[in-house]
Design a protein around this ligand. Structure first.
Ligand SMILES: [Zn+2]
Length: 202
């Protein structure tokens, strides 16, 4: 928390200087959010720790230990990767930690993992500096054990590892879950991440 809040204005200036289109993306996402045609969404509230731990137990060491982080409102909404990369450029004592944000529907049966960046300090303490349109105050995060950056993963795999759901179909919230969202196949995920880690980038 602490001194990170003091970086808010400078980070905004850096983002606008380096990548002015990111502000347009934020405004577009905000418009989409405001015009969404149902009131259902996934969030931190529905995450059931027991289901989450069961789900994660099949992921070997490709994923670290889940941790619930307080959201520190330093960066632009929903721009986690840019927020973290730029903040770490400005403050080299922090490093980007790639991983997944875990959310769930209110009944907790459908859980989603979305690729997410946070930062870590020299003691490996994690900080989530990206607010979202849900105005979450806390978010679940699982570190991804990868030696690649977000941009390297995107270059190698496109958006293949961005979002997953748990494929538990007993959701009691009557939500029409998008069929475009791939379901977890932990063995495939483990292999894919291990293969990615083996790729050398010069
Ligand atoms: Zn549900």
């Amino acid at each position: 928390m602490n001194n990170l809040m003091t970086m808010k204005n400078e980070l905004a200036r850096t983002m606008l200087k380096k990548d002015p289109s990111s502000l347009i993306d934020v405004l577009k996402m905000k418009k989409e959010w405001d015009n969404r045609n149902d009131d259902y969404s996934v969030g931190t509230y529905g995450v059931n720790v027991k289901i989450m731990k069961r789900m994660l137990s099949s992921f070997e060491d490709t994923l670290g230990t889940p941790i619930k982080l307080e959201v520190i409102n330093v960066g632009f909404n929903n721009m986690c990767h840019n927020n973290c990369i730029n903040l770490c450029d400005m403050c080299p004592e922090y490093k980007v930690q790639l991983g997944y944000n875990i959310t769930a529907c209110d009944c907790g049966n459908l859980m989603c993992m979305e690729i997410h960046s946070v930062i870590k300090d020299k003691d490996d303490k994690l900080y989530d500096i990206t607010p979202d349109f849900n105005n979450e105050t806390k978010k679940w995060f699982i570190p991804l054990n990868t030696n690649k950056t977000m941009h390297q993963i995107s270059a190698l795999c496109g958006r293949e590892y961005d979002v997953y759901n748990t494929n538990i179909s007993k959701c009691k919230c009557k939500i029409n879950w998008s069929k475009n969202m791939p379901s977890f196949v932990p063995s495939e995920f483990n292999n894919a991440i291990k293969n990615l880690n083996r790729i050398m980038i010069y």
